[in-house]
Ligand binder design. Structure first.
Ligand SMILES: N[C@@H]1[C@@H](O)[C@H](O)[C@@H](COP(=O)(O)O)O[C@@H]1O
Length: 234
């Protein structure tokens, strides 16, 4: 793991953008994308850039179960709002939150990931150490799966909803095994609320209790932190 500590999210997001540009220059053609507040400034820089993404395929980590693409709280909507309305790509893949047959959707998404090996995976991290929607206790061998969201995750994400009751109970998430197949990983974390999860991810044991700790075993992971998120690193 390469750890980069910066003054703030804007500086960190620019560093992530530069790493992305380097990757695109070395023929990266498939990007794994995250949602949540962490990657917003990175997506803003991508949206405002002169970069041509028309030959790039994107694969998002997750989507809430029960939310359709036109629901303002869905990750489909989030990605359109922050990136896809500004830049066109060859193809944008997200799990289908309204899939009538969940098992078929899980298989479909695993096939998408198999057909498009991810060159660069962008990640955030949840306060409980989750990546994507892989909650504590998720197998390191997991592929695309249906997740029951933890209370802490629903609490943390409630800020995007009218109230906590409106936050879906379940989601479809790319699994930890699939994330670890990415050639390169860029994980960003901003703010004191992530400091404990970041410390466990980097300095703690590799344990399914902290899903992000598996990244200690990934050969090309760059972690970009602001000073608040890095505060508990020794
Ligand atoms: N599924 C997303 C994750 O991909 C994201 O990393 C996490 C942190 O979100 P934020 O960046 O808003 O702190 O929230 C959700 O759980």
């Amino acid at each position: 793991m390469k750890i980069i500590i910066v003054e703030n999210a804007a500086v960190g997001s620019h560093k992530a953008y530069n790493l992305l540009v380097q990757g695109l220059q070395t023929q990266a053609r498939v990007l794994g994308l995250a949602t949540g507040s962490t990657p917003i400034l990175l997506y803003q820089e991508m949206a405002q850039s002169k970069l041509d993404f028309s030959h790039i395929t994107t694969i998002n980590l997750d989507e809430y179960l029960g939310l359709g693409p036109n629901n303002p709280q869905s990750y489909h909507y989030f990605m359109k709002q922050h990136l896809f309305q500004f830049k066109s790509f060859s193809k944008n893949y997200l799990p289908n939150g309204l899939a009538p047959d969940i098992n078929q959707e899980l298989q479909r998404y695993d096939q998408v990931i198999a057909d498009h090996p991810i060159a660069i995976q962008i990640l955030g991290i949840g306060q409980n150490g989750h990546i994507g929607f892989n909650e504590p206790g998720t197998s390191f061998h997991s592929q695309t799966h249906c997740v029951t969201l933890s209370s802490s995750t629903r609490d943390a994400n409630a800020r995007f909803f009218p109230n906590k009751q409106a936050v879906p109970q379940k989601a479809i998430s790319m699994g930890l095994f699939s994330i670890m197949q990415s050639q390169r990983i860029i994980l960003m974390a901003w703010g004191k609320d992530k400091a404990e999860a970041v410390s466990q991810m980097i300095n703690g044991p590799v344990t399914e209790k902290c899903p992000a700790s598996i990244l200690q075993k990934h050969p090309h992971t760059t972690v970009i932190l602001d000073s608040a998120a890095a505060a508990k690193l020794n």
